[in-house]
Design a protein around this ligand. Structure first.
Ligand code: ZN
Length: 289
């Protein structure tokens, strides 16, 4: 069973049927979908991504990367890229993921995307969403929703009570206080998106010492070397295959290439048992399937 643990449902870039066709073509059995949180973005130049990856390897460079990130955010919390404004949605589109789950319950899981910022009803939202069959965990994005992770305490407490895993795209400094989250909520399994972005090695070293921190291997925020590094330090049992589809890794027709990150995992020097865990076993364990 091959499960993509981190993909975005973005029908403006890739609709459901072409997505299913790509999954079949690449041999991906199931995909865990993340609701859309932003206007569709222009393709990020690979040179810029490579520069950001290099900067974020160490703390001084990370400060530069943070300054670049903050310069791209407007006062309203949207993104300004190449002179154009792209909206970041305070309320991500959970409904369309719910519809995808209803249409293809055998192919998709859903992440319930919550944003605690200016949202006193966030736990009610969770309550409503988790009654939908196929919704298996909580997605959080303090990086783009721009809040300190301490704001997550009520959501984390509820996740702990409910036994739900949390997929989080960490931000810089207090927007990515992963040690606090792991220590305050030992009963929550936390998946740090994109191999621990923006902390990478620093997060892996810590992740090796705690039972409840995982990473996914998705997105052009990382490359094959970073994916391998995460697996070497944290162990295959803490790493999950994911793509960040439909962002990045465009194939010839400028549509999404599902094969790219799958190849990273296939080429890793690990046992077939470890590979199977990354490709789906770890994910199924986290959602108690
Ligand atoms: Zn993503």
């Amino acid at each position: 069973m091959i499960i993509d643990s981190h993909a975005h449902f973005e029908p403006r870039m890739l609709e459901l049927d072409p997505m299913l066709a790509k999954m079949d073509q690449a041999g991906v059995d199931r995909v865990a979908l993340i609701p859309a949180m932003n206007d569709t973005l222009p393709h990020t130049p690979e040179k810029l991504l490579a520069l950001m990856r290099t900067l974020m390897q160490r703390a001084p460079g990370r400060a530069v990367a943070e300054a670049i990130h903050r310069a791209l955010l407007t006062p309203e919390g949207n993104l300004r890229l190449q002179g154009d404004i792209y909206e970041i949605y305070a309320r991500p589109d959970n409904d369309s993921v719910a519809a995808a789950l209803r249409a293809h319950p055998d192919r998709f899981y859903g992440w319930m995307f919550l944003n605690p910022r200016n949202n006193p009803k966030v736990l009610d939202e969770l309550e409503e969403l988790r009654s939908i069959p196929g919704m298996v965990g909580i997605k959080l994005h303090p990086h783009w929703h721009d809040y300190r992770t301490e704001l997550l305490n009520p959501i984390m407490r509820r996740a702990q009570d409910l036994g739900l895993p949390v997929l989080i795209h960490l931000g810089f400094r207090k927007r990515g206080a992963f040690k606090d989250l792991c220590e305050k909520f030992p009963g929550v399994n936390i998946i740090s998106a994109h191999a621990g972005f923006p902390f990478y090695q620093d997060l892996w070293k810590y992740g090796r010492t705690v039972h409840n921190l995982y990473v996914d291997l998705s997105s052009p925020y990382i490359d094959e070397a970073l994916a391998r590094g995460a697996v070497e330090v944290m162990g295959a049992e803490k790493c999950l295959y994911g793509t960040d589809s439909p962002y990045g890794f465009h194939d010839g027709e400028d549509t999404y290439d599902y094969g790219a990150i799958k190849g990273w995992v296939e080429r890793m020097p690990v046992s077939s048992k470890e590979q199977a865990r990354m490709f789906g076993g770890n994910f199924l364990g986290l959602i108690n399937a």
